[in-house]
Design a protein around this ligand. Structure first.
Ligand SMILES: C[S@@+](CC[C@H](N)C(=O)[O-])C[C@H]1O[C@@H](n2cnc3c(N)ncnc32)[C@H](O)[C@@H]1O
Length: 280
């Protein structure tokens, strides 16, 4: 299995690659100003490669990067996997910013990749555009990933992953605005959340707990970890979910308990009207 140092070594040994994905500085190595993003991408890529190692030893693995932006993560994974694994891969990227989607297409063709497709639109509405080379995509997405998808865009990535039946859903969230304002109102820990800084931090924890419990309820085994030290980036929590057989006995019980305690209205559940009886 590849560790962080090996991933870094593979990436930095190709100045051409670093240049094309736009992380290079004047001397061709990683730009000092982009070391934070580089560290986050490497730390996240390491965990994806670790989690999906068995999958990557199979024939064909399909990734979907939600809110891909410049798609650093997909380009890095594609570079690493094509250099170290025998599996064929296909990468979809989706983003609401059309110019970034076009930029990703340009980078992909400059690097000579034939296994990437970037789609303009909201994550939740993502559909492949039907021009994927035959054999590379058979209507299933194995791994859904998202790095710093703003606020509820992370919930879209999780919802999309569940709906697609992805084997792995791995997200490193960004800002957690939706819950913060809701914590102003009555709940048992109001004396904790009346202080701005503590409300801010507690909202982060509660948001990731709600997402994780929702994934558990949807039939995933969930682990949380830090992809980089908090000193490098405070937005460093990875929710790593692996699909299990069935939805398990407890279903959404824990998720519901948590949202009842804090009286939260959480965006993620809005993507599942079919669960409204269970969730309300
Ligand atoms: C903070 S950037 C992160 C970009 C990239 N993942 C990275 O780490 O460099 C957030 C991205 O999410 C995109 N975005 C926001 N809401 C979205 C949605 N609902 N569906 C798809 N993309 C979205 C934005 O256009 C932006 O490119």
């Amino acid at each position: 299995m590849l560790d962080k140092d090996t991933v870094t070594e593979i990436l930095t040994s190709s100045k051409n690659f670093i240049h094309h994905i736009g992380l290079d500085g004047p001397d061709g190595s990683v730009d000092r100003r982009k070391l934070k993003k580089f560290g986050e991408v490497v730390g996240f890529a390491e965990q994806i490669l670790k989690a999906a190692d068995t999958l990557l030893r199979g024939d064909n693995t399909v990734f979907l990067e939600c809110s891909c932006g410049k798609s650093y993560l997909s380009f890095v994974l594609n570079h690493i996997i094509s250099n170290t694994y025998k599996t064929r891969t296909f990468f979809f990227g989706v983003d609401i910013n059309k110019s970034l989607v076009e930029k990703c297409e340009q980078i992909s063709s400059a690097l000579g990749y034939k296994n990437m497709q970037f789609v303009h639109g909201r994550t939740i509405n993502f559909q492949p555009d039907g021009t994927v080379p035959e054999g590379l995509y058979q209507g299933k997405v194995d791994v859904v990933i998202a790095l710093h998808a703003c606020d509820t865009a992370t919930d879209e990535a999780i919802a999309k992953g569940i709906k697609l039946g992805a084997k792995y859903i791995m997200v490193v969230p960004c800002c957690q605005n939706q819950i913060r304002s809701q914590l102003r109102f009555s709940h048992p820990l109001i004396s904790l959340t009346e202080f701005g800084v503590l409300r801010y931090r507690f909202a982060d924890i509660l948001t990731e707990a709600l997402r994780s419990q929702f994934l558990v309820g949807a039939g995933y085994h969930v682990e949380l970890m830090e992809v980089v030290p908090p000193k490098l980036s405070p937005k460093n929590i990875l929710i790593s979910a692996r699909k299990t057989k069935g939805r398990g006995k407890r279903g959404m019980k824990q998720y519901l308990e948590l949202s009842k305690i804090f009286k939260t209205r959480f965006k993620l559940q809005d993507f599942f009207p079919e669960l409204s009886r269970e969730l309300n």
